[in-house]
Design a protein around this ligand. Structure first.
Ligand SMILES: CC(C)(COP(=O)(O)OP(=O)(O)OC[C@H]1O[C@@H](n2cnc3c(N)ncnc32)[C@H](O)[C@@H]1OP(=O)(O)O)[C@@H](O)C(=O)NCCC(=O)NCCS
Length: 186
């Protein structure tokens, strides 16, 4: 197995049972849940169920998600996660997600994790295209995606009925041929 992915400050590996409590705790933060599919009553049991259902192997199969936990290189509690989804309708195409506990935001960890994951997908696995969808109001994730090199490709205005209102969705993407080889290693 290729994990953990090691960066300057971080270690990234599939989410484990030991991460479930911290994972649930930050998913319960209202600011963290705001633009995400879950709500602030996300439970530790739901976290454990995600861990139990994780696909084996370095990357998920078509249609599956793999949730990777992010820790400091020297251990400690879970800081956040990056998630990777392999599209079933296109080969070599992956969707990413990223979430960090409020107390660990604003330090560049999300961008550092995203760059490591992009390097893994493009340099090691020869991915063709990586994309991310986000709520158009979610400026924090848009900044991370841009810093990681993704470009906005589309905006679907009021296209998604989400948490009781019509929301606008942006899609960002990066192609393997646009990826600066070695960027993840700085
Ligand atoms: C999206 C999310 C992960 C972004 O986290 P973040 O902490 O803002 O992103 P980063 O880790 O890259 O931090 C960026 C900021 O850290 C600061 N920073 C501090 N030290 C730094 C360092 N050593 N290196 C880089 N940036 C650093 C910078 O000021 C930077 O902001 P700037 O580029 O505007 O100057 C976070 O807002 C989140 O978890 N949101 C809730 C979940 C969510 O909505 N996810 C998206 C779903 S699509």
């Amino acid at each position: 197995m290729a994990y953990p992915l090691i960066t300057e400050r971080l270690s990234i590996a599939p989410l484990a049972g030991a991460d479930a409590a911290a994972f649930a705790r930050y998913r319960q933060e209202p600011g963290v849940a705001l633009y995400q599919s879950w709500s602030a009553d996300f439970s530790e049991a739901a976290a454990l169920s995600i861990v139990a259902g994780q696909p084996a192997g370095d990357l998920p199969g078509p249609g599956q998600w793999l949730q990777l936990g992010v820790h400091f290189r020297n251990g400690g509690r879970l800081l956040g996660d990056v998630a990777v989804h392999r599209l079933s309708e296109q080969p070599d195409t992956f969707e990413l997600g990223v979430t960090f506990a409020g107390e660990h935001q604003g330090r560049g960890y999300a961008t550092e994790s995203m760059l490591a994951l992009l390097g893994f997908l493009f340099d090691v696995h020869g991915a063709h295209r990586v994309l991310a969808h986000c709520d158009a109001r979610n400026g924090a994730v848009a900044a991370v995606l841009r810093k990681a090199g993704l470009q906005q490709e589309s905006r679907q205005v009021e296209a998604d009925w989400f948490k009781g209102e019509w929301t606008t969705l942006d899609t960002y993407a990066l192609l393997g041929r646009e990826w600066p080889r070695g960027a993840a290693r700085g």
